[in-house]
Design a binder for this molecule. Structure first.
Ligand code: PRP
Length: 180
């Protein structure tokens, strides 16, 4: 990690403990039920890979990839599906995994689509929640950390395609994005 560019917010060890806690809670809540875990690419892939190994009940996994229309400042909230789920979700308990919930526009749209497809339930698990930025009334069911409005990278989160491989969640220093 280049510490001239980032400040560590949550270390790899802290995240590991948090992910264990979330996994235990999810295992208890879904005990005896079916579970389909859906990761939203790309940001969620690191968190999801760790989280599913802390969930101790049978599950299936799938992925979706979405992109918003327009720029983030003037987004309509409508989301284009770039990669859809491979299988029907009818009658299933779906747990959507996100790295971060920001405005909530992405998850609001995805949750609506999934519910229309006849699943039994849709819940949301995110590692990071930034409620101060919310524009859609999304309330995640499982939250790792509630964070202020800083630009965060690492553990799957990127800036301009970089930093996803950093093992910690970090705050990107303004000098990095102000120089671009
Ligand atoms: C991020 C994140 C969520 C979305 C949250 O994805 O992974 O999907 O933004 O933002 P919202 O709550 O304001 O809708 P991004 O579009 O950066 O794509 P990526 O996951 O491929 O990095």
């Amino acid at each position: 990690m280049n510490l001239k560019e980032v400040d560590v917010l949550f270390t790899a060890e802290e995240i590991r403990e948090k992910v264990k806690e979330l996994g235990n809670k999810i295992s208890a809540d879904y005990e005896g039920e079916s579970l389909l875990v859906v990761g939203i690419l790309k940001g969620a892939f690191v968190f999801m890979a760790d989280l599913i190994r802390e969930i101790d009940i049978p599950m299936e996994i799938d992925f979706m990839s979405v992109s918003s229309y327009g720029t983030s400042s003037e987004t309509s909230g409508e989301v284009r599906i770039m990669k859809d789920l491979d299988f029907s979700i009818e009658g299933k308990n779906v747990l959507v995994i996100e790295d971060i919930v920001d405005t909530g526009l992405t998850l609001n749209y995805i949750s609506k689509i999934l519910k229309q497809r006849g699943c039994s339930s849709v819940k949301i698990c995110c590692l990071l929640d930034k409620p101060s930025r919310r524009r859609s009334p999304v309330i995640p069911d499982y939250i790792g950390y509630t964070i202020p409005d800083n630009f965060v990278v690492g553990y799957g989160l990127d800036y301009s395609g970089r930093y996803r491989n950093y093992p910690a969640v970090c705050i990107l220093k303004p000098s990095v994005y102000n120089n671009d």
